[in-house]
Design a protein around this ligand. Structure first.
Ligand SMILES: *[C@@H]1O[C@H](CO)[C@@H](O)[C@H](O)[C@H]1NC(C)=O
Ligand SMILES: *[C@@H]1O[C@H](CO)[C@@H](O)[C@H](O)[C@H]1NC(C)=O
Ligand SMILES: *[C@@H]1O[C@H](CO)[C@@H](O)[C@H](O)[C@H]1NC(C)=O
Ligand SMILES: *[C@@H]1O[C@H](CO)[C@@H](O)[C@H](O)[C@H]1NC(C)=O
Length: 678
């Protein structure tokens, strides 16, 4: 980020006015207790809770005067609690002004924004915005001086143990001793509400240093990227502002902001001394960036809820003997299953399974067809002794995707992949080719995620120089190691988790690339070697399903209201008993959505899922009410042969069409209701 952009951002943030928080309807006594009981008795919300409402609760619901208006749904907002802990005497020297300064910069920044999708399902309409918005709920505090002294003690001892190398001007210190201490402090902060961000200023040290996230040092063939941040498995992260400055990003040219130079907020404490105001405005933009990228990341794709998730790994191998080094399905599976067993990734009664299939390349004509059709090449000019033209081959992932989609059936036959009847099935095609040269997807990638499949490729060649560099050295890609790229791609396709460096920017109307948060614990990007997930990915996986579902409920309820309005409004369309039920249903629906959003704000994903599923019955019932009423209205129009307006029948067929679509989407529930009735 340039200084000008940072300044502009802060101006913008400072100018943003906090929109009024939506006032939720007055609580209805007894309803909370009723719904809590329902959640216990029927956690999957299979039964329509409306049917077991007491008459007094129904009465209160019909008295609740909240009008059925789209605006009440569009103002639903998730509040994201973030606690910033300032560690170090430089923050406490000016005591509370530090905290209040950061607080005031960031409170000004808390204009709410919507959740966004990088690749919507219908790219032609280009709607990247979900109907749900979010806002930062910030708490800033100084940490205890003892945390600072323990941390600086640990850092000093690590620094004295580390020997400097010629490769880098920065001493590379293991992150784990520091992380252990912060993790302990985090665990003491009970009750934990939201996410903790520790900003460390451990003061000047004997030598400049940065953190090393793996074991071992850089060698000529392995570039270990060091960094100054860490995101935990639990909901905390830390940034050591006195470490670094580090740099990582595209080597020569290409998309992507790299944290280099004095203007990047990660280097706020380096360079010329700054006024306290300037320092805190830098920190504010750092916190703001962490919020956008890590706490409310864009969805890669929308992800509807499915009970059963199945990953089918289809290994197309070229050589006579199958080599699973670097492609160990068990290790990929373990990465996900560890999180599942830890209560992450899955919601409610969801299940996840991995299945392995193999195809011999020489016995699969469709495989070689796909590879030859997708092969293409590019020519680049390199300066060696003279300018030399080099032609390199690569695979066009979009073309490969198209061929694989078209011949999915044939693939299934060759590999003996059974047809799965239920759930979300993600085929992962791995082409393990007997070539000696480098062959990557779209020139740079070992693996590419699509909304309905993952494709990956490797050849005999073991490594290549990538177009990325960190700390002044090129990053090497170990081209036979596919496990980490596959974990990242499966996260994108199955759970819609965005890579740490990608986000959708409505202001640019484009996807932004920024590598600031792509070191440390992230399974994405070229700068980290870690495939385990941090709280960022684990939370995103579950939140993505819930916000997709909320978007669906909100949008279809609004469409329903619009079609009621087209019929002259609810009072005209729905008579007496039907109108009473409509008001009751609507208020119950809105109440449950409010509860779902509130549960999401408290990161109680299971409760949010319960309320969303439960609200589906009400939405469905409202659809049915409106559908019957509009049919009757149409019948009466036919009798009197006096259509009040020419587009009435058009909008009515829209309602019918919508109801059919809705019934189709909700067919499971629909059929269950049918079964119950007949
Ligand atoms: C749903 O309702 C039926 C009949 O009203 C009842 O038999 C069944 O136990 C209920 N299911 C749950 C999970 O509460
Ligand atoms: C460029 O240099 C290479 C050796 O580095 C040599 O083989 C080639 O002939 C040179 N090409 C031209 C056009 O001079
Ligand atoms: C965003 O870009 C797409 C194509 O890239 C274009 O069709 C669309 O109109 C743009 N939207 C806005 C709001 O500029
Ligand atoms: C939100 O839901 C509506 C209704 O299902 C859908 O048309 C729209 O594309 C969704 N928005 C995004 C960004 O996926």
């Amino acid at each position: 980020m340039t200084a000008a952009a940072a300044a502009a951002l802060l101006l913008l943030l400072a100018a943003a006015v906090l929109p009024p928080t939506p006032t939720s309807a007055a609580p209805i006594p007894g309803l909370d207790a009723f719904l809590a009981q329902q959640a216990r008795l029927d956690p999957q919300a299979t039964n329509d809770s409306f049917l077991s409402l007491s008459s007094s609760l129904k009465k209160s619901l019909s008295l609740s005067s909240a009008a059925a208006a789209p605006s009440s749904l569009l103002s639903l907002r998730l509040s994201v609690p973030l606690t910033v802990k300032l560690v170090g005497p430089s923050f406490s020297s000016s005591s509370s002004t530090a905290a209040s300064l950061l607080h005031s910069y960031l409170s000004a920044a808390v204009s709410s924004d919507h959740f966004h999708v990088i690749t919507p399902f219908s790219p032609h309409h280009g709607n990247h915005r979900l109907a749900l918005s979010h806002s930062l709920h910030l708490d800033v505090s100084l940490s205890s001086p003892s945390l600072f002294s323990i941390l600086s003690e640990a850092l000093r001892s690590e620094l004295s143990k580390t020997t400097s190398t010629l490769r880098s001007p920065l001493l590379s210190v293991l992150h784990s001793p520091i992380d252990q201490i912060i993790k302990q402090d985090f665990e003491k902060q009970k009750p934990i509400e939201g996410i903790y961000l520790y900003l460390l200023d451990l003061g000047p040290q004997s030598k400049p240093y940065a953190y090393n996230y793996g074991s071992g040092e850089s060698s000529p063939a392995f570039t270990k990227c060091t960094g100054t941040i860490w995101t935990g498995k639990d909901r905390y992260m830390w940034i050591d502002l006195s470490a670094g400055p580090v740099d990582y990003g595209p080597a020569l040219s290409g998309d992507g902001v790299l944290p280099r130079g004095e203007s990047h907020p990660l280097t706020a404490l380096h360079g010329r001394p700054k006024s306290q105001k300037a320092l805190f405005s830098d920190l504010a933009s750092l916190v703001w960036s962490a919020y956008q990228v890590l706490l409310v990341p864009s969805l890669r794709i929308p992800v509807p809820f499915e009970n059963s998730l199945i990953v089918q790994l289809i290994h197309v191998y070229g050589s006579a003997t199958k080599d699973t080094d670097g492609l160990d399905l068990k290790s990929i599976e373990r990465t996900f299953m560890d999180e599942v067993n830890d209560g992450g990734l899955l919601l409610g009664d969801q299940s996840l399974s991995f299945k392995n299939y193999e195809i011999k390349y020489s016995e699969c004509s469709i495989c070689s067809f796909a590879i030859s059709r997708a092969s293409t090449s590019y020519t680049a000019r390199y300066l060696f002794d003279n300018y030399t033209l080099i032609v390199s081959e690569y695979l066009d992932s979009k073309r490969l995707h198209q061929i694989l989609s078209e011949s999915a059936d044939e693939f299934r036959k060759v590999a003996g992949v059974p047809e799965e009847d239920f759930g979300r099935v993600l085929p992962v095609y791995v082409f393990d080719l007997d070539y000696s040269s480098i062959l990557l997807l779209d020139r740079y990638h070992q693996s590419v995620a699509f909304k309905d499949m993952v494709v990956a490729v490797r050849t005999k060649s073991t490594q290549t120089v990538s177009d990325y560099s960190c700390n002044g050295r090129h990053v090497f890609t170990q081209t036979r190691e596919l496990e980490r790229p596959l974990v990242g791609s499966i996260l994108q396709s199955m759970w819609g988790v965005s890579p740490t460096h990608l986000s959708w920017s409505p202001r640019h109307n484009n996807t932004l690339v920024d590598y600031t948060w792509s070191v440390g614990q992230t399974p994405f990007g070229p700068f980290s070697e870690i495939s385990s997930l941090s709280f960022v990915q684990k939370d995103a996986a579950r939140r993505n399903v819930l916000v997709t579902s909320l978007n669906y409920s909100i949008t279809s309820a609004i469409e329903l209201l619009e079609s009621i309005a087209a019929h002259g409004g609810d009072i005209k369309l729905l008579r007496q008993a039907r109108h009473t039920e409509f008001i009751q249903r609507w208020n119950l629906f809105k109440y449950k959505l409010d509860k779902a959003v509130s549960a999401l704000s408290h990161m109680d994903f299971e409760m949010a899922l319960y309320f969303l599923r439960s609200s589906d019955s009400d939405l469905y019932a409202i659809h049915t009410l409106v559908y019957h009423a509009s049919q009757e209205l149409e019948a009466s129009l036919v009798c009197f042969k006096d259509p009040p307006f020419p587009w009435a029948s058009v909008s009515m067929s829209a309602v019918v069409f919508f109801a059919v679509i809705y019934a189709y989407v909700k067919r499971e529930k629909f059929f269950r209701n049918k079964r119950k009735q007949f």
